[in-house]
Design a protein around this ligand. Structure first.
Ligand code: NDP
Length: 455
């Protein structure tokens, strides 16, 4: 989208100049700023209050050494990060990513996105994100524990139930959250809701595990319904085979769709008879194995495994025809070629479970071809929304049933879709839910920042 507002053009240039070597962060900021032009054209008061100038700069960035000893007695050193991006509407909130690709640019892009996503949930949560370049893959439980304890030893100085409440993300699941929570409690001698995604025996919320994937399908269902469509009888391609992918597969299947792909960073499974989810859960949640092993475990004789990206949408018998794409793996997993394959193979809708899984070129391809496009900030907000519900339950020292949490999650996803839809219409971009999400998420944070003065 070509900008004409000189203030916004200059702002993007300034962000590029000040954040060199951080392409993911620049990509995330550029997308948001481009879609905010109609708002900024009407709201000189927000320009005068320097809202956007402040919003693109994290409130605080913490980088620290994480030393730990491996099973051979050798010292290992990783780098830890926590970016406390924006606390205008609540305590910082956002997950911890453990993956070798993590550096400050990834954490900043995720923290920036989180500000808008958390705003859209309607709950009082600011935005933050953290992580480390530690790779839990191939490590023993004891090594993961020693890493998590060392990571939390430093992180505990900067977080708290009313300050900053981290959660899971890629590489950080129930096991890692448990080790981190244990160390925080030991260091601070307090039992508070400082982390979400906790186990059910120590303050976790029912339905948190399912929330991002289920929420993605609740959002998608609304988007489809608003356009006279549904999941029923449709063929769905999903990428990833982690937390988000597993529960998106479960809910899409409950909604009557057939999910035909899952993947990991090595390759993808195409199962024309529909993914056998129990097999994926056993491989990924219990045994921590590669998705390739699905083939030897499933009773479905026609299942195939291929190396490479699922978004080539190729099978042994030719193209994989789909109706709906739900990327649930990682950032920029769909480039222009992937987006073209999605369009060419028949998809009419795409909704993002992963954060920023589509490159700008891919997004343009969706929009130019009239796909219904549910952007990550809105479509995957169910995870953090349910984390917000976990925080409320911890504060009240009460716990809700699965059905209560799931019903609230559903209500939140319906209201997020409505907010995106209405904001897009109000600013003359009907059907552009990306613009709607950015605008609706921005306005709440912007009003709060303006009201609180230049801080
Ligand atoms: P998991 O660690 O549970 O699973 C991640 C999945 O994505 C794995 O299958 C992994 O494969 C695959 N993956 C990771 N990196 C790559 C890569 N470079 N190329 C291809 N595949 C890759 O993470 P989650 O399911 O929790 O997170 C998935 C996405 O959803 C992320 O973008 C995350 O930020 C986002 N998200 C997660 C939320 C949550 O509540 N968990 C909330 C909102 C967004 P492999 O095992 O080979 O690495």
């Amino acid at each position: 989208m070509a900008l004409t507002n000189q203030y916004l053009i200059d702002l993007i240039e300034k962000v590029k100049d000040r954040n060199k070597g951080e392409p993911e962060f620049i990509q995330a900021v550029t997308e948001v700023i481009e879609t905010l032009e109609p708002v900024i054209n009407k709201r000189q008061d927000l320009v005068d209050a320097g809202v956007l100038d402040r919003l693109v700069e994290p409130e605080r960035q913490i980088i620290f050494r994480v030393p730990w000893v491996d099973d051979n007695g050798k010292v290992q050193v990783n780098r830890g990060f926590r970016v406390q991006f924006n606390s205008a509407i609540g305590p910082y909130k956002g997950g911890i990513r453990l993956h070798p690709s993590v550096y400050i640019g990834i954490i900043k892009f995720l923290g920036f996105e989180q500000v808008f996503k958390n705003s859209l949930t309607t709950l009082p949560m600011g935005g933050g994100k953290g992580g480390s370049d530690f790779d839990p893959k191939g490590k023993s439980d004891a090594e993961v524990m020693r890493f998590c304890q060392s990571f939390m030893t430093e992180l505990s100085k900067h977080i708290g139930a009313d300050t900053d409440v981290p959660a899971g993300d890629i590489g950080t699941g129930a096991r890692e959250i448990g080790f981190m929570f244990g160390q925080y409690k030991r260091l601070r001698n307090e039992f508070t809701g400082v982390l979400t995604g906790k186990g059910l025996t120590y303050g976790g919320s029912l339905a948190r595990t399912e929330a991002t994937g289920y929420g993605l399908c609740y959002f998608t269902k609304e988007m489809l319904a608003a356009n006279g469509k549904s999941f029923d009888g449709k063929t769905v391609a999903i990428s990833g085979s982690g937390n988000v992918a597993i529960y998106a597969t479960e809910k899409a299947t409950q909604f009557g769709a057939k999910v035909v792909t899952v993947s990991d960073s090595n390759g993808y499974v195409y199962d024309p008879d529909g993914i056998e989810l129990d097999v994926v859960k056993q491989l990924k949640e219990v045994e921590r194995k590669r998705i390739k092993e699905y083939i030897g475990r499933t009773s479905h004789k026609n299942a195939e495994y291929h190396e490479g990206s699922v978004w080539t949408l190729k099978s042994n018998s030719g193209d994989i025809k789909i109706d709906i794409a739900l990327p649930c793996a990682t950032q920029n997993e769909i480039d222009a070629a992937g987006a073209k394959a999605i369009v060419a193979n028949g998809a009419f809708a795409i909704a993002e479970g992963a954060n920023m899984p589509s490159t700008p070129e891919a997004i343009n391809t969706y929009l130019e071809n009239g796909l219904l496009y549910g952007p990550a900030k809105a479509a995957n907000a169910g995870g953090v929304a349910t984390s917000g519900l976990e925080m409320s339950q911890n504060s009240e020292r009460l716990s809700c049933t699965f059905e209560e949490v799931d019903a609230k999650l559903h209500g939140i996803m319906v209201s997020i879709f409505k907010a995106c839809d209405e904001a897009a219409k109000e600013y003359g971009m009907e059907g552009n839910y990306m613009a709607g999400a950015n605008i609706a998420g921005f306005l709440k944070v912007a009003e709060a920042m303006k009201a609180q003065g230049c801080v």
